[in-house]
Design a protein around this ligand. Structure first.
Ligand code: NAG
Ligand code: NAG
Ligand code: NAG
Ligand code: NAG
Ligand code: NAG
Ligand code: NAG
Ligand code: NAG
Ligand code: NAG
Length: 596
């Protein structure tokens, strides 16, 4: 009887949806096949293995329009389990497609898995990347562009071209070597270079850059205006982006149109994305440097780690002249913080935007919960190096949180993440934040480390309302921007400083909150935010038919099981858990045997 009622309810809402759309049909679908494999390239003149998609490094741009449905069949041809995550795609009511360890079992080597999601009510510039095993240090990333629907005007003239630039610090050491270094308590050290779209630097200086390095050339026409979408997809280095002699007009960041302002350079922290309009208004008889250089580091020790690409005018007679454009003062974090504070949301631009829909009055909404989240440099816990948030280093359970919730598996996680830093020894735990559905949560990130950290929340855009040096206190709220703080999904927190965000918890699911700096993340700096709608059953998208099962749910896995092939070194299936896993595999094989 009950299921009959629920069914009728679903049926009705589908029909209403259809009426609402005047039965013009569903939003478009795009079908994509991606093969993720290793490929050998030499971006810095040294041969190395990178992660490619369909043979390309970086991977293809996922170019879609608001509300499109995306179906991507991912084949894992690596030697390690894989997940791709779609940074900034909100996956409304659908954490099943988020592609992080707490929501999905990894796609084992040799398997394929099909992601299906909708880019609901979103526009803007984002990127995807492999989320497990430190893979992003070997590539596997690519840009995501979500275009406005044609009926929605852009808050600027349609640009003459659209160019994606993925910038990243880069090491010639593999992701396996780098993660081993971290586990051993070593620093990543100075990067071997900074890449533009997977390519090394132009040889602007013969002493700094070896011969025969392939570099990026961006072809432009004099007088035209281009939209440049720039994302820092790197491991841990904040980068300053600038173009010799050219003005950057900031127009968008991570899905929000900003007040259009001129900048000569922009600090882009790990995981962040920006769009700029750049007009080709300089002397068109030469080329110009495009530069991405590390911030807040000793520039002589890091001199080799500068990314340089070429802006090539079609009428150019030759290479750029003069030195690289000057970076801002190398240790001036105030400059960088003031720049960040100057980025404002254009509250009058019409665009698909995340919730609260149509409301710009976020400053007047009552805050329901406050979390002050402190990060610290790595600490030793039981003899191993870990990073923590409020003294807790995330312990990754064998069974993903979302599946444990779905199947009522007890003991996988607790919803008891402390809302203040705790005066107790650091520990490993699987402790989630209790997000009250429809609540309005204030999170203050307090950076106790010596380097800039970026924090990213899946499932949401949040309002960045304040940042300052020192320790956050209740009085700090007096400095909040309550009107036009930008809504985005990744914010920087300067060392010895705090950043405050506000989030409207309208998206049920289990959502990853993490440091985007891979080194901090890998050693445990993440948690999840659990948001449950207590009123409506089935308020989330149902469990996908093709769900991969692992952990204690492995016996449910039917397809592809005979092809299970896990390699030795990875975080998900390591140590003592491997024995348990072997046991489960035996059980699965036994069950399959019974079926045959
Ligand atoms: C992306 O898609 C839009 C709209 O479909 C199209 O106009 C544009 O040329 C595409 N861009 C790229 C880089 O493929
Ligand atoms: C794997 O790929 C095949 C062929 O494209 C497809 O039929 C199947 O559904 C995919 N498996 C999963 C789990 O998505
Ligand atoms: C904000 O968007 C509006 C509407 O599209 C546009 O006309 C205006 O120039 C934008 N304002 C700023 C400061 O960028
Ligand atoms: C940005 O600079 C251009 C000249 O390059 C100028 O015309 C424009 O008014 C400036 N815009 C703002 C918002 O300052
Ligand atoms: C552009 O640069 C070329 C070469 O330096 C120079 O000869 C020419 O006069 C310049 N043109 C303008 C309009 O400044
Ligand atoms: C920067 O690095 C250089 C070369 O490694 C070193 O000589 C210098 O002392 C460093 N400067 C600072 C301020 O740390
Ligand atoms: C989470 O918060 C809600 C509302 O504040 C409360 O009813 C619920 O018991 C909490 N859940 C846990 C596991 O603490
Ligand atoms: C939700 O489902 C549970 C068990 O299936 C049932 O007890 C409860 O009454 C349902 N709640 C609503 C609001 O339908």
């Amino acid at each position: 009887m009950l299921s009959g009622v629920l069914f009728a309810g679903t049926y009705l809402s589908v029909n209403l949806l259809c009426l609402f759309k005047l039965c013009l049909g569903e939003d478009p679908y795009v079908y994509i096949d991606w093969r993720v494999s290793y490929s050998t390239v030499s971006p810095l003149g040294v041969q190395q293995q990178v992660i490619a998609i369909n043979g390309h490094f970086p991977g293809p741009i996922l170019n879609v329009t608001t509300n499109w449905n995306v179906v991507i069949n991912v084949k894992n041809d690596l030697d390690e389990p894989l997940l791709l995550t779609w940074s900034g795609i909100q996956q409304r009511k659908n954490s099943w497609q988020d592609g992080v360890s707490g929501t999905n079992c990894p796609i084992p080597a040799d398997w394929n898995w099909t992601y299906q999601f909708q880019v609901k009510d979103q526009i803007g510039s984002f990127f995807y990347f492999p989320s497990l095993n430190f893979h992003r240090a070997s590539g596997g990333y690519g840009g995501i562009t979500i275009n406005n629907r044609e009926v929605i005007p852009l808050p600027f003239d349609i640009p003459d071209g659209d160019i994606t630039l993925l910038i990243s610090d880069w090491y010639t050491k593999s992701h396996k070597g780098l993660r081993k270094d971290l586990e051993d308590g070593n620093d990543l050290g100075v990067p071997d270079g900074v890449l533009f779209n997977g390519l090394g630097p132009y040889r602007y200086n013969e002493a700094m850059v070896p011969e025969n390095i392939a570099y990026l050339i961006v072809d432009v026409e004099p007088g035209k205006t281009y939209r440049l979408r720039v994302s820092n997809v790197g491991i841990s280095t904040s980068l300053n982006f600038r173009i010799q002699n050219h003005n950057l007009v900031l127009i968008e960041t991570e899905g929000s149109y900003t007040n259009q302002q001129n900048y000569t350079d922009m600090d882009i922290h790990v995981g962040q994305s920006y769009s700029f309009l750049v007009t080709m208004d300089q002397n068109a008889s030469s080329d110009y440097y495009i530069v991405a250089s590390p911030r807040f580091v000793n520039s002589s020790a890091w001199a080799r780690s500068i990314g340089v690409a070429i802006l090539h005018y079609s009428s150019s007679q030759g290479p750029p002249t003069g030195p690289l454009p000057d970076p801002p003062d190398e240790f001036d974090t105030s400059y960088s913080m003031n720049q960040a504070r100057s980025i404002r949301w254009n509250v009058s631009a019409s665009a698909a935007r995340p919730n609260p829909q149509g409301s710009f009055r976020y400053g007047q909404i009552t805050v329901t919960d406050v979390y002050v989240i402190l990060n610290t440099p790595p600490v030793l816990i039981d003899g191993k190096w870990h990073t923590t948030l409020n003294g807790i280093s995330y312990f990754e359970p064998l069974t993903p949180l979302k599946l444990a919730q779905q199947f009522n598996v007890p003991g996988v996680y607790k919803i008891d993440f402390p809302n203040r830093p705790m005066n107790r020894p650091s520990k490993l735990d699987t402790s989630l934040i209790n997000g009250t559905y429809k609540g309005f949560i204030e999170i203050i990130f307090q950076n106790g480390d010596t380097t800039v950290q970026s924090y990213h929340l899946d499932g949401y855009a949040f309002f960045v309302v304040g940042m300052d040096f020192g320790v956050w206190t209740e009085n700090s709220r007096g400095t909040y921007n309550k009107w036009d703080g930008v809504a985005r999904c990744t914010t920087q927190v300067f060392p010895g400083a705090w950043t405050a965000i506000l989030v409207s918890l309208d998206n049920p699911g289990i959502w990853n909150l993490r440091a985007d700096n891979l080194n901090s993340w890998y050693l445990g700096q993440e948690t999840y935010l659990s948001v449950v709608n207590p009123e409506i059953n089935n308020s989330e998208v149902p469990l996908p038919m093709n769900t991969i099962y692992c952990g204690v749910l492995s016996p449910l896995q039917k397809d592809q099981s005979r092809r299970v092939k896990f390699s030795g070194s990875n975080r998900v299936f390591d140590g003592s858990r491997r024995a348990l896993f072997a046991l489960i595999i035996t059980l699965v094989r036994f069950l399959i045997g019974l079926q045959c």
